[in-house]
Design a protein around this ligand. Structure first.
Ligand code: SF4
Length: 340
């Protein structure tokens, strides 16, 4: 099955600097775009420099949005299912307080909190730690009726994010999936996640209802988040900047267009799928961002990712090549069923 990763960076590009002596700066490290540079040159009435135009043309191609197509072979799919079944067994046998993987700590968001309470005795008192959402009920069609899958047993139902969390650090899995805690971010620290959420939501909207004024929709989404208390005043002020709203709208539009290249129809969009593990009574479930049918009739899984840091997105995309999550999604699409 084809897997298509579409990666975007929904931050607002910087305007090129204008020079005191006249003209436009050609700073190679400036986080700007060719469009903004050409516009600044026009405003300053100077000729664009061909070498800088070429630099920005190459930079634009891999700095704001990038798509990577790859194949999920049957072997990769089977390997991902094998690994998932082993992780399910490890979770089921894990002690009440699973051990740490101290080698992951330096990259872990829980590092300072976890370090100051190494036996997790006061988790509920950790600063800025709140309860995450309760797990979604998983119901499947069962003959003429429906059956609710039991989510209380450890390891009985597994998602790709739960699997990743356990393999990174069993203690991380315990905090986030067993005790269901999350860190509440404030102000600028919350912005990368909020920009990602808004971009995903904008893509969902344009998939469901083509032709919307996306900047207007993003602006409304920010207002709704503020009214619902999901963002604080500092984050709202930053996200309400016209350049930021436009950047999210532009990136979502660009990512959606990249995702839809060669696509005949969107079969599903953000639908949870579940399948029984081969040779087991356990389950694996997940939500592919989209399942599409390509022009040649084949099914494909689309995964949207956002990043906030200034990186070459082709290198970021390359890191996803070995990510087993879309391999599990491929298995879910081929052998699973929708939940409801
Ligand atoms: S959850 Fe695991 S990886 Fe994270 S800080 Fe604690 S021990 Fe380290």
């Amino acid at each position: 099955m084809l897997i298509r990763y579409v990666i975007g960076r929904p931050t607002a590009p910087l305007e090129p600097k204008t020079l005191k002596r006249g003209g436009v700066s050609r700073d190679l490290r400036r986080d700007t775009t060719l469009e903004l540079y050409l516009r600044a040159c026009k405003a300053e009435e100077v000729e664009p420099k061909p070498d800088y135009v070429e630099h920005l043309r190459i930079r634009d191609a891999k700095t704001w949005a990038f798509a990577l197509d790859m194949w999920c072979t049957q072997e990769q799919e089977a390997a991902a299912l094998y690994d998932a079944s082993q992780v399910q067994a490890m979770i089921a046998k894990a002690p009440a307080l699973p051990p740490k993987n101290g080698w992951h700590c330096e990259r872990c968001r829980w590092r300072s909190r976890c370090d100051s309470d190494p036996m997790i005795q006061h988790l509920s008192d950790w600063p800025d730690v709140i309860d995450a959402r309760a797990p979604t009920q998983l119901a499947i069609k069962y003959g003429r009726t429906r059956k609710v899958i039991n989510r209380d047993r450890r390891g009985f139902v597994l998602s790709p994010s739960e699997m990743r969390s356990f393999l990174q650090c069993p203690r991380l899995w315990y905090i986030e999936h067993d005790r269901r805690k999350m860190i509440q971010r404030h102000g600028p620290a919350a912005l990368p996640m909020l920009r990602g959420t808004l971009t995903h939501e904008a893509i969902r909207l344009m998939t469901d209802t083509p032709g919307l004024n996306m900047a207007k929709e993003v602006e409304l989404m920010v207002q709704e988040m503020a009214v619902a208390g999901r963002i604080d005043a500092e984050a709202q002020a930053e996200l309400s900047q016209p350049a930021q709203i436009q950047a999210i709208a532009d990136r979502a539009t660009e990512m959606h267009a990249m995702a839809m290249r060669g696509v005949a129809e969107v079969v599903e969009h953000e639908q949870r799928r579940i399948m029984r593990m081969p040779g087991s009574k356990k389950w694996v479930h997940g939500i592919p961002d989209a399942v599409v049918r390509m022009d040649d009739g084949r099914l494909a899984v689309i995964e949207y990712k956002t990043t906030s840091t200034f990186k070459d997105l082709s290198a970021v995309a390359d890191r996803y090549r070995t990510n087993p999550a879309p391999h599990l999604y491929a298995a879910l699409v081929m052998h699973g069923q929708l939940t409801f």
